[in-house]
Design a protein around this ligand. Sequence first.
Ligand code: NAD
Ligand code: DAU
Length: 333
Amino acid sequence: MRLLVCGGAGFIGSNFVRTRLRGSDDEIVVLDKLTYAGRRENLQDLEEDPRFSFVHGAIEDPAAVATAIERADAVVNFAAETHVDRSIIEPDAFVRTHALGTFVLLEAARERELRFLQVSTDEVYGSIEEGSFTESSPLDPSSPYSATKAGADLLVSSYRHTYGTETLICRGSNNYGPYQYPEKLIPLMVLNALAGDRLPVYGDGLNVRNWLFVEDFASGIAHVLEHGTPGEAYNVGGPDECANIDVVRRILELCGRDESLIDHVTDRPGHDRRYSLASEKVRALGWSASMRFDVGLERTVAWYRDNAWWWEPIRSGAYRDYYTRQYGQTLDD
Ligand code: NAD
Ligand code: DAU
């Protein structure tokens, strides 16, 4: 297949591109705006592959999309602003990318009659105290991030309903693994623990997330792209749930540090308590997650420990200003 992968220089997109180039005959064009979270370093080992090419541009720019989509048979859209805390401080880019960007891509796919897979999130359903969300649960997002992602999902579905475009939606739970930008819980805590910095846990630390190893999400998306029924949404949830404080304790243990580094800091406004997905529908297509959280977390900590070349430029740049703004404390040198 010839794929246009939007947002392929980010965390999940780059893992998806790597999985596809290694495991299929796909030709892949990545279209990416290279925001702070999008980095060519994430694709460094793939740049020499003749089946890979890169276009620098935004999904809300019709000219960039027209160039990138030229030879594609299908579009997979990862491009997004993805950090909930940033969406609370500065929602503008979330609206632009998720609403306008998804619209521009959908128009391009409609004109060319291409299959279109939208990468979405469990957060569109909101928080759930007990049980799990299925694909027919109502959308009830709570942050500017999740609300704009839910809006994009609805727009995608409308293109199936109105124009017959072959759309698919994959809603993933919390991903973790190599190449994740250290604003998200796991890489942030791993890098702080390795450096001996404080570990800022929001509120009581009892919020629960459903952890999915990034290569499992990548294989789930590929599976839905090939075997999914157009017009349908598929939940892709991880095999294990864990409270934040327990995630942090395991990271400290794996990094050889003790719990005195934990700081309970002011809670995130509107903080969702628990996410949980029922994934029977995608399992019926033949997909299942292969990485349990204990093993995946150990592998992830090892990757960050061994790949300082990847994160050192981040920890020494603009990220430090972001960190001070977000946490009211500085990182040690
Ligand atoms: P990320 O922030 O690491 O990467 C996002 C990528 O999109 C970056 O390369 C960025 O440069 C690019 N991008 C942003 N705006 C763009 C624009 N307007 N035009 C072109 N490129 C643009 O994000 P991620 O964690 O890899 O998430 C990828 C997708 O998966 C997102 O749609 C996200 O909502 C979804 N998702 C993420 C998770 C998670 O736990 N990280 C879970 C479920 C779903
Ligand atoms: O559920 C899927 C979603 O997971 C994705 O759609 C989002 O793009 C992704 O960012 C993620 O959202 P979360 O808000 O769940 O992830 P985050 O890593 O920001 O936070 C995970 C939990 O950890 C959450 O309960 C908040 C808490 N947390 C986070 C940070 C960054 C802390 O306690 N301290 C922190 O410093």
